[in-house]
Design a protein around this ligand. Structure first.
Ligand code: NAD
Length: 472
């Protein structure tokens, strides 16, 4: 891929030059080199995008289920046709290792999943003598982070369109290359003008315009808890509906009856997912105190064997670079903080991994002797830095797991499914995975400060609908 300037945004079915003139540098995190620039949209562009989505709303909200399924199918095919280009963009733009690009691979799948949901979704329900119609909520603002831009655009857009809503999409300014590839793909699907609009710009410019605009009825946001709170405040004047998918500090509970080899592999896999830059990362590994030495020995062995850090293009690499210099510094500061607060480094540590002097690489790091009140156990680091915390018994494990302001995800490992299920039911988390269990269509979202509302499947679709009771 050649260094380039991305100088178009997508409004009303066309690629247009933004009114905004600011140029933002794009980096390859594997080298630290600038690979291009993006011309950012401004408030005028955001307002034009909102106006286009508003014009498109009456016709789109009147489409039938079949018409929406047909559109989603075309979007699916168009995204699938550009998968290789998307994978390349993800590698070059945020260092996602080739071995671990499942989210970008799921981009087209997000449209297919929503077709499945739409096929059986009940838009009309009977409550006593009322007919409840599930009506599209209106023009929706979709705002996403850099850590899996293409998938989040596809997922949120698929859901909004399935509901009969039109959309203004604000991707992260750091993901412009992926956004460009995906926008070209979505354009090729030939949907009516204005049904979706894509304006890459700064959060405090384009994002704020969306947050405050009276013609935006709903915002679906994925990103940090800090920005989620700003959105909630700014959207309150116009009382928008909000779906907020925010940060996490998820526990991986290894119960004492678990197969330790498998549980440690599972806990490290969830902790280091997406090079540790994942909201769902299991960053607190909870271990029964008399199994600590065995678990730490397994962790040491498996981090070195199974989670090599390196060039994202190398199929052997499990952990790529951090997305930016800023993120690299942030991760380093947390590693130092862990040392300063008295935690013990078991694997990794501060500085760069051996043999990787350039780029934003960090050493996958695991701390022991961590207590749940330490900063590294409380704050989202968003890098491959894990904390091992011991518990006395089952109740203590649940208490530690829930002692966090977050509640996005949890992982339980046990050889006794009934016991794992019992523990899962006590966890304050939107999703609990038992021994690696997964279901894409199940609701996804957080308890507490991990967010509001749910995404995916029918729960996600309901977030873009308003029930209207017609009483006969
Ligand atoms: P971020 O919150 O800094 O930015 C996310 C998006 O919000 C970007 O597009 C940004 O430009 C925009 N933004 C910034 N200020 C805004 C404002 N005032 N109004 C509107 N939009 C604004 O997050 P990030 O660094 O891009 O991504 C990492 C964060 O995202 C982590 O905290 C992670 O946990 C979270 N995340 C959550 C999920 C989830 O589903 N729960 C998934 C992935 C990432």
């Amino acid at each position: 891929m050649q260094p380039n300037v991305i100088s178009k945004i997508y409004i009303d079915g066309e690629f247009v030059t933004p009114h905004g003139t600011e140029l933002f540098d794009l980096y390859n995190p594997a080298t630290g080199q600038v690979i291009g620039q993006v011309q950012l949209a401004d408030q005028v562009d955001a307002e034009a995008a909102i106006a286009a989505a508003k014009r498109a709303l009456p016709a789109w909200s009147a489409t039938s289920r079949e018409e929406r399924i047909d559109a989603l199918r075309r979007l699916h095919d168009a995204a699938a046709a550009r998968l290789e280009d998307l994978r390349e963009a993800v590698g070059i733009e945020y260092g996602g290792p080739v071995r671990n690009r499942y989210l970008v691979d799921s981009t087209a799948g997000a449209f297919a999943d929503m077709i499945k949901t739409l096929e059986t979704f009940e838009f009309t329900r009977q409550v006593g003598n009322a007919v409840v119609e599930m009506a599209p909520i209106g023009v929706s603002g979709l705002i996403m982070p850099w850590n899996s831009d293409a998938f989040f655009i596809a997922d949120k857009l698929a859901t909004a369109l399935a509901a009969g809503c039109t959309a203004v999409i604000k991707p992260s300014e750091m993901s412009a290359t992926q956004t460009q590839v995906l926008t070209e793909a979505l354009h090729a699907a030939g949907l009516p003008k204005g049904v979706f609009n894509i304006v890459t710009g700064r959060g405090d410019v384009v994002g704020t315009t969306i947050n405050r605009h009276p013609d935006i009825a709903k915002i679906s946001f994925t990103g940090s808890t800090e920005v989620g709170k700003i959105i909630m405040r700014e959207a309150s004047d116009t009382l928008k509906s909000l779906t907020l998918e925010l940060g996490g500090k998820s526990p991986s509970i290894i119960l004492d009856d678990a197969n330790l080899e498998e549980a440690v592999s599972g806990a490290l896999g969830s902790g280091f997912v997406n090079s540790g830059q994942a909201c769902v990362a299991g960053t607190r590994i909870l271990v029964q105190e008399n199994q600590l030495d065995d678990v730490l020995a397994l962790i040491t062995k498996k981090v070195e064997a199974d989670h090599p850090v390196g060039d994202p293009r190398d199929p052997a690499t499990a952990i790529g670079p951090m997305v930016s210099q800023r993120q690299w510094e942030r991760v380093q500061s947390y590693i130092q903080r862990g040392v300063d607060e008295g935690a013990r480094i078991v694997v990794g540590g501060p500085g760069r991994p051996e043999g990787l002097p350039d780029g934003y690489y960090v050493r996958p790091t695991v701390f022991a002797d961590v207590t749940n009140d330490m900063t590294i156990a409380r704050e989202e680091i968003f890098g491959p830095v894990l904390s091992v915390i011991t518990y006395r018994d089952e109740n203590h494990a649940v208490e530690i797991a829930n002692d966090t302001t977050y509640g996005l995800h949890a992982y339980v490992f046990s050889s006794d499914p009934a016991r794992a299920r019992r523990i899962a039911s006590r966890l304050e988390a939107g999703r609990v995975s038992v021994n690696g269990g997964f279901e894409q269509l199940s609701p996804f979202g957080g308890f507490k400060q991990s967010g509001l509302g749910r995404e995916y499947g029918s729960f996600g679709l309901e977030g873009f609908l308003e029930p209207r009771s017609v009483m006969l």
